[in-house]
Design a protein. Structure first.
Length: 267
């Protein structure tokens, strides 16, 4: 596998000079020593601490993902200002997140279940190891060995024929750009007390399109910055047998598809 280049050292120097700061000035702003800043810029610190990444990201207003993956010196001033405004055009999961997980006695990752009563708490505790450790844990067969998995309950009929109250087994998506259009996913949104189960399409200009399987529900777009996590559908369990689409649902779906085709021709 080809190793990705780490642009962090060069980006740190570039951003510092862009603001006309000396190493000493940046060190004082970040609460570091000048020698530490010099080591970070020269790449002598091979594994900067999470606190170093967070400090630099917060000070310059650039996501950690972009600090590491993107050569910022190659971007124009307009794109740099766009990044600083939080509109990360290089959508790979927004800001680099430290995913909280729990493991069993054999150091194998658990499959945590987020019950309905814990939904609201998940929005604030999704990256809290103690909260994640408090969730019910399961070991499920037939899941790929690689990946992190979690189970989320669904409420409502927006994803019919998957019934209301189903438990959705999901895999954590680290790089959102890897998702194929209309991939069924659980999406964790900031500022909300619930998560949504939708067909996800990551679009350009920092937008994510969310669409329901049930044609009665209109698709809508959200800003990538409002997304905390995305978990890709793997399987579901339910006490109900899925019902076939009604004639009305089939008609609505056909009309929607025609509308989308007409819009596509106008573009």
């Amino acid at each position: 596998m080809k190793k990705s280049k780490n642009f962090f050292p060069g980006n740190l120097k570039f951003l510092r000079e862009r603001r006309s700061l000396t190493q000493q000035g940046l060190a004082e702003a970040l609460g570091l020593s000048r020698s530490k800043v010099n080591a970070l810029e020269s790449g002598q610190t091979k594994a900067p601490s999470p606190e170093d990444f967070l400090g630099v990201s917060g000070f310059f207003g650039i996501s950690i993902d972009s600090l590491i993956r993107v050569d910022l010196s190659k971007l124009g001033e307009l794109k740099l200002r766009d990044l600083e405004a939080g509109n990360d055009v290089y959508i790979r999961g927004g800001n680099l997140r430290v995913l909280a997980i729990s493991v069993d006695k054999g150091n194998n990752e658990n499959v945590e279940y987020v019950p309905i009563k814990a939904k609201a708490g998940y929005m604030s505790g999704y990256n809290d190891p103690e909260f994640i450790a408090s969730l019910p844990k399961f070991s499920l067969p037939n899941l790929p060995k690689q990946g992190t998995y979690r189970i989320f309950p669904t409420v409502g009929d927006s994803m019919l024929p998957i019934p209301d109250g189903s438990d959705i087994v999901t895999q954590y998506v680290e790089d959102w750009t890897s998702l194929k259009p209309n991939t069924p996913c659980i999406v964790i949104l900031s500022g909300q007390q619930d998560f949504v189960f939708k067909l996800v399409t990551v679009q350009a200009e920092g937008q994510v399109l969310l669409r329901s399987l049930n044609p009665v529900f209109e698709p809508y777009r959200i800003a990538a910055g409002d997304v905390l996590e995305i978990w890709k559908f793997q399987a579901y369990t339910s006490k109900e047998i899925p019902e076939p689409e009604t004639d009305l649902q089939q008609l609505v779906r056909a009309v929607r598809e025609m509308q989308q085709e007409i819009k596509g021709r106008k573009v």
